[in-house]
Design a protein around this ligand. Structure first.
Ligand code: ADQ
Length: 456
């Protein structure tokens, strides 16, 4: 069977015997651990020369990483990938900026990845590329003469064409994406948005093509939907482990009767500002809940050298102070905001302790926190997931309390409803979500993408 070559912007700093992380890293590691293979990406280091690091092997996995130069980092990572693509892919066009020089930097780093990867690739290797940092990689690899099967899985949303076209380099990006053999999306909404662009604006045709395929510039590009999942049983086991559980119970003892929890990277796409406003609305409209409820927001800073991320951090700190100042009592602080990350053996039992979890991104490719929260619950006494209808996860978890993250009042109502929901209804909703999550597991995500790329 052909070898798997995984390419992602970052290669997780894995060690032998280490517990798996969440999301992309867990999915990729699973795929590689089973059959062995190669994982290629940026080392996470910025150096003068942008050198290739010596290869490392961890079990059956060989890791190859390269450093980036300061200029590459600024133009590719901070600039086009996270300053332009990320906001637009999340429908936040007002927050996007665009510089042609940064787009050229993005292409240059995609070329650099391709140059370093090409000599490592064998003829029948399957190349599985991840995410928005590497939309142009297949085109660069093909320019180096590689004829391998190359697939891309996009972890973020793909927006409707009108939104995507606000990026001045949109046509070049789509042309580059069409050099892949298989494009995987989190939801049908994303896949259709991509096809809509290709058919309307890039001369693509789906007439007479197999399902999901499009003919564009003489090449057949296949598209598919592969919702990423979580290891359901592993999450529950972590939530239940007595030592983990004791720690969470101790944390709970400091809080009030009822805990509403949110866990995110500190990112404007996650809707934190709107969520804080909704909690304030909840406190204003449901005074009977005063003194009984704590809302805990866990949000470690990410991409903190980008201005929009610094701004959201400042805003949230200000809002927390203001809301607590307005409602707190000497023996009750309604909002707790923890600006750091927690290990999974702390997070999973904390999920299990929370009566409700607020997951309200303005847009999200999937959102694994939503799925982890559901998986961590005690099936007899489950908490309630309040989920944004604009998270990819809402396409599967429609038994959650779905909310519009721009509707403060609707979110406040959902919080009240979650805290007073009868146990029968909570169980019913939980069972329905667990059934979907068991079907769409992380294993299935990985196996289906790999099989489709291989052409099984
Ligand atoms: P992210 O935007 O990073 O990922 P998400 O899917 O919510 O978002 O979280 C990924 C992982 O990070 C989860 O396993 C979660 O437990 C962990 N995590 C988040 N906040 C944490 C915290 N405060 N402390 C510790 N761990 C934390 C991108 C896309 C998503 C998509 C994933 C996977 O933006 O839409 O679901 O990739 O495809």
């Amino acid at each position: 069977m052909s070898r798997l070559v995984v390419v992602s912007n970052r290669v997780a700093p894995i060690q032998e015997g280490e517990a798996t992380a969440g999301g992309l890293a867990a999915g990729v590691l699973d795929a590689l651990k089973q059959k062995g293979g190669l994982w290629f990406g940026w080392s996470g280091e910025v150096t003068d020369s942008g050198e290739q690091k010596p290869e490392r092997t961890v079990g059956p996995i060989t890791l190859f990483t390269i450093d980036l130069t300061r200029r590459d980092y600024d133009e590719f990572y901070r600039g086009f990938a996270n300053g332009t693509l990320w906001p637009v892919l999340h429908y936040q066009i007002g927050l996007g900026r665009f510089e042609w020089s940064e787009f050229e930097g993005y292409r240059r780093v995609n070329d650099l990845f391709a140059r370093a990867l090409t000599p490592l690739v064998r003829q029948d290797d399957l190349i599985w590329v991840h995410d928005y940092h590497l939309l142009c990689l297949a085109e660069s690899l093909r320019a180096n003469g590689l004829g391998n099967r190359i697939g891309l899985f996009l972890h973020t949303p793909f927006p409707s064409p009108g939104v995507f076209m606000t990026i001045p380099a949109h046509a070049a990006l789509i042309k580059a994406m069409c050099a892949y053999d298989l494009l995987g999306f989190q939801t049908e909404i994303d896949r259709i948005a991509f096809l809509d662009y290709v058919v309307r604006h890039a001369g693509g045709s789906v007439d007479g093509m197999a399902e999901g395929a499009v003919l564009v510039a003489g090449r057949v590009v296949r598209t598919g939907v592969y919702p990423i999942g979580v290891h359901v049983d592993e999450v529950r086991a972590q939530a239940e482990t007595p030592v983990n559980r004791r720690q969470a119970t101790r944390m709970r003892a400091f809080l009030m009767d009822r805990l509403i929890l949110s866990v995110d990277r500190l990112d404007y796409s996650k809707g934190l500002r709107q969520r804080f406003a909704a909690f304030e609305r909840f406190l204003a409209e449901y005074p009977a809940q005063h003194g009984l409820v704590t809302f805990m927001q866990i949000a470690p800073p990410s991409r903190s050298d980008i201005e929009t991320y610094q701004r959201i951090r400042r805003e949230l700190e200000g809002e927390m102070g203001r809301i607590n100042g307005r409602f707190a009592e000497v023996d009750w602080v309604p909002l707790r905001y923890l600006n750091r990350s927690f290990a999974r053996n702390v997070l999973m039992p904390l999920y299990a302790e929370a009566q409700a979890c607020l997951v309200t991104p303005l847009r999200d490719g999937m959102n694994l926190v939503a799925k982890e929260y559901v998986a961590a619950q005690d099936p007899e006494e489950p908490g309630v997931l309040i989920l944004s209808e604009f998270a990819g996860a809402a396409q599967e978890l429609d038994a959650a309390l779905l909310v519009n993250p721009y509707d403060e009042q609707g979110m406040a109502r959902a919080m009240d409803r979650a805290l007073s929901m009868p146990v029968e209804e909570r169980r019913e909703r939980h069972q329905a979500m667990m059934a979907v999550m068991r079907r769409n597991s992380l294993e299935r995500w990985r196996d289906r993408f790999e099989a489709d790329l291989r052409g099984d």
